[in-house]
Structure formats: C-alpha cells, structure tokens
Design a protein. Structure first.
Length: 346
C-alpha cells in the first residue's frame, strides 16, 4: 500500500494536485484537490492498466466536458425546485443555474472549490482525506459548515467514500460523487452490453424541469425495471422515445451499507467478468447515461451518448419540498455521516 502525489496542472492560478493510492494488488485510486474529482480507479488487465471511471488527463478537460465528470457534488446533489427552500420558517434563495431551479448547488458547489488534503496509510488501506470550511458566502447555504470527505481504497479492492458534516446553524447536506462507470475494455463505445441491477421498485415522477412531483412510479414491466438485472442496451433503446433519449432518473432504493445486505446497485460487464457492487446508507440512486455527450469532449473514452453510466447515491432529490423523501437538514450539534461503498471484482 502506498500513496503518491503529482502535479495535475492549474485552475484559477492555483496548482492542482493529484493524490494516488495504490494497493497491494496494483489497483489505483486517484483524487484531485480541485473539485474533489475522483480521477482514477484502475485495474491491471492483460492489455494493460484500465481506468474503469470516465476521466480526463487535465483539469481543463474536466471543466470543458460540462458533464460533472466524477466530481464531488455538494452540499446538495441534484435539483432544488425554484432555487429556494425553507428551514424553521426562514426562507433561503439559491442561484438558479438550470432554468428556475438549482442543480448540484450551483456555481458555488463543492465541485468548484479547492480542498485541503491529508493522506493516511493503514495496514490494509490508504486514505485521501479532503476537508473544507464553508461560510454562506462560499457555498450559498446558511450556516458555517465544516466538511470532511474521506476516500479509502483497501486491499479488497473496495473504495469507500465517507461524508462528514457539522454546522453552527441549520443548513442542507446531501452530497454525492458524480462517478461515471464503464467496466468494459477500451474498445467498448458504450455501456449497452453491460448489465445493471438496482434494488428498486419505484422511481420519481418529475416535471419538465426534472423536479419531482411527489408521485412514485412503479418500475415493473417498464424500461426502469432493473430489480432482477437486465442488459442496459435493452433499457436504453426503450428510452429513445423519451426527451432525454436515455436515463436521467431518480430511483428509490433500499439503503444498504453492510455486506450482509443487498447492494443498492450492481453493474457487470459479462465479457470481461468485471463487476461493481454499490452500497449506500441513503434512499436514492440517480442514474444518468451521459445523454448527448458530444465527441468534442477530451476524455479517456470518445464522447458520445451512453459512453458511461453515472450512479449517484444520495437522499431523494428535492426532499426539502417533499419531507416524505427524507431529511437532509444538517443542524447545529447534530453532525451527519453518510457513506458510499464500491466493491469491485475483476
């Protein structure tokens, strides 16, 4: 187990550093101090090293991609309707960066900040520890919030992302990592030949701005039915009749962070046998298939629709307007901890 770091360019005249943990099986995990970007999860194959994440080789290309590629999203992932919310009778207005709504916390979201970084090696794991101190002028949210995000790679080839938050005044806290996965070899142009299972029986109905209406829709016998696993290509071709021509949808999942319970999702590439199991302690999985990604983006796989699949674990979107979806209010003296875990076999 070892940890190294190297230069990854500049952003806003500040150096960007890449931190890399390599475990005893030569599996590598890299994270950037800018945007908390998860830049690499790579394994050795007979054809050489393969990054199973969609990634770029410079911070500029991440910014140009426009698809939140593997960024650390917070303090609130996904959308907040009408860019406003209320806590304890107080109204708060956010930046409307997607029509009348806020998406991924707007321009002041965590993905647009530099992070303080520490590293730690244990006997069977290595950690990249990101921390930051956010005031209302920094992230647009009420309260002064201290955040720590810990990326851990262990010798079982598992990656765990732990999110810790505490605040001096009530605010919102519903972060995720916008990781895009493609488990196939480099010549696979899309994820159509891969299989996906989601431990879900319902997804959220949304309006034209992708804001949940509050209605739950049954997945069974539809393109959204991944309960028992199915080929992504079959589901995606059904989705061609939708406006998005792919998935940009919010699945209600059964939370699970224990090996004794079913993962919220499993992605598998039948040809290579590679598999990723995903665990989360929250009740939503946002699935996005890079719909309409142009070929002009400079990533490790040529840009196109369905080149990779984003699997974003969080509490159900817009829960500030739908209390039945879950509580994402972070309160003074009530620190919060969330966890996402990825178990990869290859």
């Amino acid at each position: 187990m070892k940890i190294t770091h190297d230069n990854f360019g500049e952003m806003n005249s500040h150096p960007v550093t890449r931190y890399t943990v390599t475990n005893d099986h030569h599996v590598r995990m890299s994270v950037l101090n800018y945007g908390g970007i998860w830049q690499e999860f790579s394994v050795l194959t007979p054809q050489g090293r393969l990054n199973l994440l969609l990634s770029a080789d410079s911070v500029e290309n991440y910014q140009k991609s426009g698809y939140c590629v593997c960024q650390l999203i917070g303090p609130v992932a996904n959308r907040i309707g009408h860019a406003q919310f209320q806590i304890d009778g107080h109204n708060y207005q956010l930046q409307a960066n997607e029509g009348n709504n806020t998406n991924h916390s707007g321009d002041r979201g965590w993905q647009n900040h530099f992070w303080h970084v520490d590293t730690q090696i244990n006997e069977n794991s290595g950690q990249i520890i990101l921390s930051n101190h956010y005031r209302p002028k920094d992230d647009g949210m009420p309260g002064v919030t201290n955040v720590q995000v810990v990326y851990t790679l262990d010798n079982q080839n598992q990656v765990t992302i732990d999110f810790y938050g505490h605040t001096d005044a009530a605010t919102l806290f519903n972060p995720t990592n916008h990781s895009y996965w493609n488990l196939a070899d480099r010549d696979a142009r899309t994820v159509e030949a891969q299989e996906l299972m989601i431990n879900s029986e319902q997804h959220l109905a949304v309006d034209d701005g992708k804001i949940p209406t509050g209605q739950l829709v049954n997945n069974q016998d539809s393109a959204y039915d991944f309960k028992h696993g199915r080929l992504l290509g079959d589901a995606l071709h059904e989705m061609l009749k939708t406006r998005e021509k792919g998935f940009d949808d919010f699945f209600v999942v059964e939370p699970s962070t224990s090996m004794d319970h079913q993962p919220i999702a499993v992605l598998r590439d039948p040809e290579s046998g590679r598999e990723m199991k995903m665990f989360s302690d929250r009740n939503a999985l946002v699935v996005y298939t890079a719909n309409g990604m142009p070929d002009s983006v400079q990533l490790n796989r040529p840009g196109r629709s369905w080149v990779a699949i984003a699997l974003e674990a969080q509490t159900l979107p817009d829960s500030v307007h739908h209390p039945e979806f879950g509580d994402i209010i972070l309160r003074s003296l009530e620190p919060v901890h969330h966890q996402i875990r990825y178990e990869i076999t290859y």
